[in-house]
Design a protein around this ligand. Structure first.
Ligand SMILES: NC(=O)c1ccc[n+]([C@@H]2O[C@H](COP(=O)([O-])OP(=O)(O)OC[C@H]3O[C@@H](n4cnc5c(N)ncnc54)[C@H](OP(=O)(O)O)[C@@H]3O)[C@@H](O)[C@H]2O)c1
Length: 299
């Protein structure tokens, strides 16, 4: 039976667990936005499977959630770009009643395309595309069978137009938005809520480090992004958190000629590609420029 959607302004804790619980999987949960999702979901009473590569950071995060919210937490360390790890993850989830997937992890190499290593660029496809498609494919049949559940896919305003020097990352984020919109339509009468959360700049540890503490206009805290995503879940296919980001997105997509939008992105992202750049603060528009992908796996 398809569960009825709650149309009230906010979920009760029990209502949220009934619709999206008892377990949620947060892929990319050891810090930043993923850790904020984990805290928000634990506060709403969901048990959590937390995934990231750094075991210690995950366990620290998980222990705090168990202590503060009395929920159960399982920590699984591994690389979401690794096909075998995705299979292991789905096997673990098969023994749990997972009602919500949040795919937050991303790989984001920065720099001229021609200077990048092919294996690094293909890793963007593995982490940002194969990872979410595999987990959604593995988990959706269970959600549809129950007639309730949700999927939140993190994406970026960088995916709204060509974004030079982060072309592959931005293209993967465009994929996620379009993927989520299609799924949203397919599943809207099945009781399963699909949402793409299209963020501008977010004050995650990596973003703050790269911007040297200077925020771009419209920068949000992870908690603000998560609160707006959870409020939008079940109400629409795509959410752009933050008023300024919404305006910037409308400007870039609807008002400016595409060529101009790409040039604006280039004006911001070329400083990202430059050594010792202070990227986000240089942004004339709030969000697209402010998206600050991180390249953790650089040689
Ligand atoms: N921050 C921003 O300004 C911004 C703006 C727009 C969109 N976004 C989107 O928001 C999401 C989160 O961004 P973020 O800034 O919080 O940080 P992030 O660098 O994307 O990391 C997020 C989490 O993912 C984990 N992770 C990364 N790669 C992984 C992999 N291959 N396997 C397993 N876990 C992995 C990281 O932990 P480990 O290192 O322990 O693995 C971390 O816990 C991304 O999808 C990004 O595209 C962010």
């Amino acid at each position: 039976m398809v569960a009825k959607r709650d149309t009230s302004a906010a979920w009760t804790r029990t209502g949220f667990v009934d619709r999206y619980g008892p377990w949620a999987l947060v892929a990319g949960a050891s810090e930043g936005l993923g850790a904020a999702y984990a805290r928000a979901l634990a506060a709403r009473g969901l048990d959590l499977v937390l995934v990231a590569r750094r075991r210690e950071a995950l366990e620290e995060c998980g222990a705090a959630l168990e202590r503060d919210h009395g929920v159960r937490v399982r920590c699984l360390d591994g690389d979401l770009g690794d096909r075998r790890f995705l299979e292991e993850l789905l096997e673990t989830c098969a023994s749990l009643d997972v009602g919500l997937l949040v795919y937050n992890a991303a790989h984001a190499p920065v720099g001229p395309f021609t200077s990048a290593r092919l294996d690094d660029l293909l890793r963007v496809a593995a982490v940002n595309v194969r990872g979410p498609v595999s987990l959604v494919h593995g988990l959706l049949p269970g959600l549809v069978a129950r007639g309730r559940g949700g999927v939140i896919l993190m994406t970026s305003l960088a995916g709204n137009q060509g974004s030079p020097y982060i072309s592959t990352y931005a293209a993967s984020k465009a994929f996620i938005r379009v993927f989520a919109e299609g799924l949203w339509y397919e599943l809207k009468d099945e009781g399963v809520d699909i949402l793409a959360c299209q963020a501008g700049a977010v004050r995650t540890p990596g973003y703050s480090g790269a911007s040297e503490g200077k925020d771009a206009p419209g920068t949000l805290d992870p908690e603000q992004v998560v609160a707006q995503a959870l409020a939008a879940l079940g109400r629409k296919p795509v959410v752009v958190p933050g008023r300024l980001n919404k305006v910037a997105a409308a400007l870039m997509i609807r008002l400016l000629p595409r060529r101009r939008a790409i040039a604006i992105m280039a004006g911001n992202t070329e400083v990202l590609a430059a050594p010792q750049a202070a990227p986000a603060a240089a942004s004339p528009t709030a969000s697209p420029a402010a998206d600050r992908p991180r390249h953790k796996d650089a040689p």
